[in-house]
Design a protein around this ligand. Structure first.
Ligand code: GUN
Ligand code: ZN
Length: 430
């Protein structure tokens, strides 16, 4: 029996605060208590209200560090951890020159695959990311590698084998049947094991035939608990190519609709150039979008219209999209999301940013009943942030700003250096 009372500043989102940052949607305790029993949250409140007795509880005092729910990265490619910062390229060239070569290397070097998977998990945890929805490569062993690395830390992680059968290097393509068999095997092997889940992962429309997408849609129907994870409308040239490859479809989303890949369990990365019809169809289906600001800016893909997506009722999470994304830090990702908003006349409220990075992300991954905030009964995944981690952060937070300002300053000045500790299901891992 493990019983720990964590004392410190604590904040978490109770629900979606909307664009105005509804202050009743956040719970903040300047002197708070997070009670964790056997890895689960028992209570989260003011210290004085809980007052755990030291005979029954191990008390850990985090002083004035800030405890937040662990961050949820809703779109990331672990095999691309070593290719961050591929200079001066746009999406389609970047895939050819950076992404595909490193994914080929994963295919031929099992030791490298295991090494990158471990490095990815370590980096995620050091940045306070406690859950993620992850692309592997087309190789079965690449999925085994990431699940084994996550399992070793008891991390809640969803991943999938990439499906491609055209428009990629030959050794990254396979037949529809090969992809199907491997996916089904991996679902049986990993889905529901410890804290792991599976996502059927067609890379994107250009690298699959309609036959492969239809087969992926059938797998999604046959496996009602798994997610579907792909890219949609990231780049204008990509959209043009989809128009040429699928002349029978009126727009990009229709390709996925025809294949049975648009449903509540679908997570679409990017969605930078959606029409309002596409937005409405995604909203109606109850699917989610992973907003990846560092990647969209780095590859020059465009500015995601968060407000339009959220106004029409789409659930949105934040994604780092490593390695087109430039940072493992979800604090930095929040900051870049804010800048993308600024350029469109929409200043992302710090409470909304925290929601996107935690509870909103958990919703996108269909695990909001397990993680995302400190509601009692949830798994105790959390991060402890040092408000004095750097000299500038210490100066900037010295006048004890309110929680709105504190969260915002952390997104501007925070990084992996700010993360003092990371805890997974009640166990300290960083
Ligand atoms: N679209 C298809 N594959 C990829 C990828 O690996 N990264 C990004 N950013 N977009 C993609
Ligand atoms: Zn991606």
């Amino acid at each position: 029996m493990s019983r720990i009372a964590h004392r410190g500043r604590i904040a978490h989102m109770l629900r979606d605060p909307g664009s105005t940052g509804d202050a009743t949607a956040i719970a903040y305790f300047a002197d708070g208590c997070l009670l964790v029993e056997n890895g689960l949250v028992v209570a989260c409140d003011h210290w004085d209200k809980v007052l755990p007795d030291a005979d029954n509880w191990q008390i850990i005092n985090h002083d004035d560090a800030l405890i937040l729910p662990g961050f949820v990265d809703t779109h990331v490619h672990y095999p691309q951890s070593d290719i961050i910062g591929g200079y001066g390229e746009h999406l389609m060239h970047w895939l050819d020159n950076y992404a595909f070569p490193v994914e080929q290397k994963i295919g031929t070097d099992l030791e490298y695959a295991a090494n990158v998977a471990e490095f990815f998990i370590e980096q995620s945890l050091q940045n306070g990311t406690t859950s993620a929805l992850v692309f592997a490569t087309v190789h079965q062993h690449s999925v085994d590698a990431i699940f084994e690395a996550a399992l070793a830390k008891n991390m809640r992680l969803i991943a999938g084998k990439v499906l491609m059968d055209r428009n990629a290097p030959e050794d990254l393509c396979e037949t529809v049947e090969q992809g199907n068999i491997a996916t089904q095997k991996l679902i049986e092997k990993w889905h529901g094991k410890a804290r792991l889940g599976y996502a059927i992962t067609p890379r994107f429309a250009p690298t699959s035939t309609m036959q492969q997408l239809l087969a992926a849609g059938e797998l999604l129907q046959a496996n009602q608990q798994v997610l579907m994870h792909t890219h949609l409308s990231e780049n204008k040239k990509e959209i043009e190519l989809v128009g040429e490859l699928f002349p029978d479809c009126a727009d990009y989303l229709e390709v996925y609709e025809k294949a049975g890949l648009l449903c509540e369990r679908s997570v679409f990365a990017h969605c930078v150039h959606l029409s309002s019809s596409e937005q409405q169809r995604i909203a109606k289906a109850g699917a989610s979008i992973a907003f990846c600001p560092t990647s969209n800016l780095f590859l020059g893909s465009g500015l995601f219209d968060l407000r339009a997506a959220r106004n029409c009722g789409i659930n949105v999470g934040l994604g780092t999209d490593i390695g087109a994304g430039t940072s493992f830090s979800m604090l930095s990702t929040q900051m870049e999301a804010y800048k993308v908003g600024q350029l469109q006349g929409d200043s992302l409220h710090p409470f909304e940013a925290l929601y996107l990075a935690t509870l909103g992300g958990a919703k996108a991954l269909h695990v909001e009943d397990k993680i995302g905030n400190f509601a009692s009964g949830k798994e105790a995944d959390f991060v402890v942030l040092d408000l004095k981690a750097t000299k500038i952060l210490a100066r900037r937070t010295a006048n004890d700003p309110d929680i709105r300002e504190l969260l915002f300053v952390l997104s501007v000045l925070g990084s992996s250096d700010t993360v003092l500790q990371t805890w997974l299901a009640g166990e300290r891992v960083v």
